[in-house]
Design a protein around this ligand. Sequence first.
Ligand SMILES: *Cc1c(COP(=O)(O)O)cnc(C)c1O
Length: 248
Amino acid sequence: MTAHDDERTAQLAQSLSAVRTRLDAAVDAAGRRPGDVDLLVVTKFFPAEDVARLITLGEKDFGESREPEASRKIDELRADAGGDLGDVAFDMIGSVQTKKARTVARWARAVHSVDRDKLIDHLATASKSALDDGERSTPLGIYLQLSLDGDPTRGGALEKELPELADRVEASDSLALRGLMVIAPLDGDVDEWMARTAQAHERFRARFPQATALSAGMSADLESAVAHGSTCVRVGTAIMGPRPLISH
Ligand SMILES: *Cc1c(COP(=O)(O)O)cnc(C)c1O
């Protein structure tokens, strides 16, 4: 794997620039400041080469959603970079099985999909081991995933369950509560869902003022999310193109 100056890089540069233009316009339209909203480029299903291309284009924040795909990809990138990826960071945005907590804690800056007490306990233990072993140097960031409609297939906890989960995160030195994450349901009006998300985040922050982050918005709904206070949009398809079908 080498530095890239090929057709795919040109394609990524173009789609990235289009998404950054959309994001800047959304931030401006919402009367927010440039830099208020982070862009997490979601590279799941795409090869390490594409992440390397995006790094050469100046991107530093990436989202991955599956193990062991993420671990393999990041190991490959690290090896290629001579062991150190500098300030490039990867967040885990997909659901985490408790048995995968240990490997996720080795590479993830934060986990965006935390929705149950048992997972918090596993991540706390895993992050502590990773800190003790020098595999990470900072506590694992935690976003509690809010379920807006209670649909179990998308994951997430109900709003009323969040304070207890947050207390559990706060009780661990190896975890750091960042805020909330949401995936808007496909049905209904996305602005309505995002408005409800903003209200839930405000109520949550009244109890946990340090939980300032709101991970909301994807390729199709980033404008609405930014209008309703998102601090981190997770964009895959609009940058990477359609995800390839992968057989297991
Ligand atoms: C895949 C994924 C995304 C990116 O979705 P796109 O519609 O491709 O932008 C965002 N968030 C989560 C949790 C995902 O799994």
